[in-house]
Design a protein around this ligand. Structure first.
Ligand code: SF4
Length: 228
């Protein structure tokens, strides 16, 4: 399996762990606010082999454990059928924790990874109905919610994008996730590249709006946290 981006050391992407963050190419959705357009749209990018990533972790952890985890994000990692065999190799050769960031459209792969014990943390996006309606993946997405809840550790995260999340649809967006361990309400940022340039003109919600939703849905989740 090949990767197309690599942040060798990250202190943010796996909760309370030092991780190495790798990016896969391609995605089966097209969220206009996506901050990784080059990965999603298959622009020309330099390939990074799985061997170089495994060798890097082994080398870093040779005398002392510097890297606790690998985080695999995209694009959408689960559209790649070779992902499972990569996860197995990571576990066999490095023993580090594995986190997958996903849009939840491949429940079968997520279920298999959990069953095989080759994923330790899953972060799944909560998507607006306005995005899912354009794809034929709504049922898969719904199936993934229950599967992710069976992972060792997980989070759900909703990026609050004006025009896609609002007072009218937020109940419907949130409902399938009720009872989850943790949900992050993420602030939308318009200050970097996005798939749809027009999103640059969209002003993020005021923090007060996110706090209002946090209070409104507080009882529906074990924990609901705002990520600015
Ligand atoms: S935000 Fe995630 S799901 Fe949406 S297009 Fe980007 S990579 Fe795909």
């Amino acid at each position: 399996m090949n990767f197309y981006g690599w942040n060798k050391l990250s202190f943010l992407d796996y909760p309370k762990k030092v991780s190495t963050l790798v990016f896969t190419k391609g995605c089966n959705l097209r969220c206009p606010w996506c901050h990784n357009p080059s990965l999603v749209k298959y622009s020309l990018m330099k390939k990074i082999s799985e061997k170089s990533i495994i060798d890097f972790i082994k080398e870093k952890n040779k005398n002392q454990r510097w890297i606790d985890a690998i985080v695999i994000c995209g694009g959408e990692p689960t559209i790649h059928k070779e992902l499972l065999s990569f996860l197995i190799k990571i576990k066999e050769h490095t023993g580090v924790l594995i986190k997958i960031d996903t849009n939840g459209t491949n429940p079968h792969l997520l279920k298999t990874a959990i069953r095989l014990g080759i994923v330790d943390y899953i972060a799944m996006d909560v998507k607006s109905d306005l995005i899912l309606r354009q794809s034929k993946l709504h049922e898969e997405y719904l199936k993934s919610i229950d599967i992710v809840k069976t992972a060792n550790d997980y989070e759900f995260r909703l990026t609050c994008v004006p025009g896609f999340v609002n007072e009218e649809n937020i109940d419907m967006i949130m409902k399938p996730f009720y009872g989850s361990k943790i949900l992050y309400l993420q602030q939308f940022h318009n200050d970097s590249k996005m798939i749809d340039k027009i999103m640059k003109e969209v002003e993020p919600f005021q923090l007060e709006q996110l706090i209002k939703w946090q209070k409104k849905f507080n009882k529906c989740f074990n924990k609901i946290v705002i990520r600015e």
